[in-house]
Design a protein around this ligand. Structure first.
Ligand SMILES: Cc1ncc(COP(=O)(O)O)c(C=O)c1O
Length: 366
């Protein structure tokens, strides 16, 4: 395993989110190797929310991005990204934010997704009165049942509406296959193909109706490896690969390595075998089943006894050498995306294992 120890860790006030720059660079190279380059990659930047990392991606040749919030989109266009898809349903006051962004950056290819007639009409009204043209992709529900129009006729009807709406232009189909996540690799491949087939059939239906479908954008980290090979899919949009985490790491074979860890200190040792860390639910996202992280250098049989905002109480297995107050531990988040969103800045670790600078998590929040 990569040696995550930071040589000057005593200089870092804990808890802290560490980002290993070299590992990020390796992950970027690894995904390029998997995909034969970056032409079909549209990484979802909701995992890192950082302009510094988006710049690293751009420096390697990644030229299109997906994001979830208007704030993330604003961060991307501000650093010169020219092709940005907000893969989120823009309604209410957020319409004004997106239209303002398009007005400020008229040359940026800015796109959103939609699955509802009224929402499309509202976007059209706002874009028409602002005098801008916004790209819209129909979000297709291929099995996750979170958002999206049903494949086939319901998606076609929305494509027709967008194609005819003033202030909008139809770009294609967006699919997020979050239901593709089986532990078993063959099963995962099968679910991914079944899911994307529905979108590709819908693409054909829309094309047959005379509407040009410029692109289909699909998939997250568990499915992209398979969907990228399907005819009719133009781009894939995984996000977690950039930092990786234990929830995916435990079930997927992949070349990605953990690149964002939380450094935490022991702040109390109340009883024998009980230790308290300074990384509670404000440091590592608690939106998964326990354990919310894996500890490097301690046995996996640790009992996660209790967790508060600033505290994590752990029971160590019998015979484990007792850590002392002040000892530091490296925690690998189970869900890295929501963990990153808890931090204003990260501590950057260079290729020599040294903490060298901090980077802002520019787009944290919404
Ligand atoms: C719409 C959308 N696209 C892509 C992704 C990226 O997926 P992953 O984090 O599995 O890489 C997500 C993740 O939540 C998502 O919601």
């Amino acid at each position: 395993m990569f040696d995550y120890r930071v040589k000057n860790a005593e200089e870092i006030p804990t808890p802290a989110l560490l980002v290993y720059k070299d590992v990020v660079a390796q992950n970027i190279r690894a995904i390029g190797d998997m995909m034969g380059g970056y032409a079909r990659l549209r990484p979802h930047i909701k995992t890192h929310k950082m302009s510094q990392i988006a710049r690293m991606e751009m420096d390697e040749g990644i030229d299109k991005f997906k994001c979830a919030t208007p704030k993330e989109a604003a961060m991307l266009v501000a650093i010169g990204a020219t092709d940005v898809l907000i893969s989120y349903h823009i309604v209410g006051a957020n319409i004004g934010r997106v239209v303002d962004l398009k007005r400020l950056y008229p040359d940026t290819d800015l796109k959103v997704i939609a699955d509802d007639r009224d929402a499309i009409q509202a976007l059209s009204d706002a874009c028409t009165s602002a005098g801008v043209s916004l790209g819209v992709m129909v979000d297709v529900n291929t099995g996750m049942d979170r958002t999206g129009a049903l494949p086939g006729a319901p998606s076609l009807v929305l494509a027709q509406q967008i194609a005819q709406a003033s202030g909008l232009h139809f770009v294609g189909l967006h699919v997020y296959d979050g239901h593709v996540g089986d532990f078993d690799g063959d099963m995962r491949e099968k679910t991914a193909f079944e899911s994307i087939e529905r979108a590709v059939e819908t693409r054909c239906l829309i094309a047959q109706s005379g509407i040009e479908v410029e692109k289909v954008v699909a998939s997250g980290s568990p499915g992209f490896e398979h969907t990228q090979r399907v005819d009719g899919v133009d781009e894939v949009s995984p996000g977690t690969w950039i930092f990786w985490d234990t929830s995916y790491g435990e079930k997927l074979e992949s070349p990605f390595q953990w690149a964002a860890l939380v450094l935490s200190s022991v702040i109390s040792t109340t009883r024998e075998n009980l230790i308290t860390l300074d990384a509670g639910s404000k440091s590592i996202a608690p939106d998964t089943p326990v354990p919310h992280f894996r500890m490097i250098g301690l046995p996996d049989e640790i009992v996660f006894v209790r967790r508060n905002e600033e505290h994590q109480l752990l029971q160590l297995p019998e015979g484990t050498p007792r850590p002392r107050v002040g000892d530091q531990f490296y925690l690998v988040p189970r869900h890295v995306c929501t963990t990153v969103n808890l931090w204003d800045e990260v501590c950057v670790i260079d290729e020599n294992g040294m903490f060298v600078e901090t980077w802002a998590v520019d787009a944290r929040g919404h």
